[in-house]
Design a binder for this molecule. Sequence first.
Ligand SMILES: [Zn+2]
Length: 103
Amino acid sequence: MLCPDCKGEKEIKIFPKLTKQGKVICTLPCDRCKQTGKVPNQMAEWIKLGSYLREQRRKAKLTLRDFAKKVGVSELLLSNAERGIIDPMEFANVVFDNIAKKG
Ligand SMILES: [Zn+2]
């Protein structure tokens, strides 16, 4: 499917910067699709699950850092799961493993 972040443009436009030449639109290489403009079809599902994960974490009033620390994962991994960059179900498996190891 088409990358939901860059809409297939392979780069993300960020806020215009004001320079002597006037307004300049800055672009950043798209992180989600790694500049291919496309993502795996199941990513739509990952994004849904990931935003649910984020919602639940916010309801619990936990910051990204707090939650990552509690379940023994890196903030980057958690953030990627919440943004649907990785499969949130895989992430859940890691979390349950970590909790099981703690005893
Ligand atoms: Zn993209």
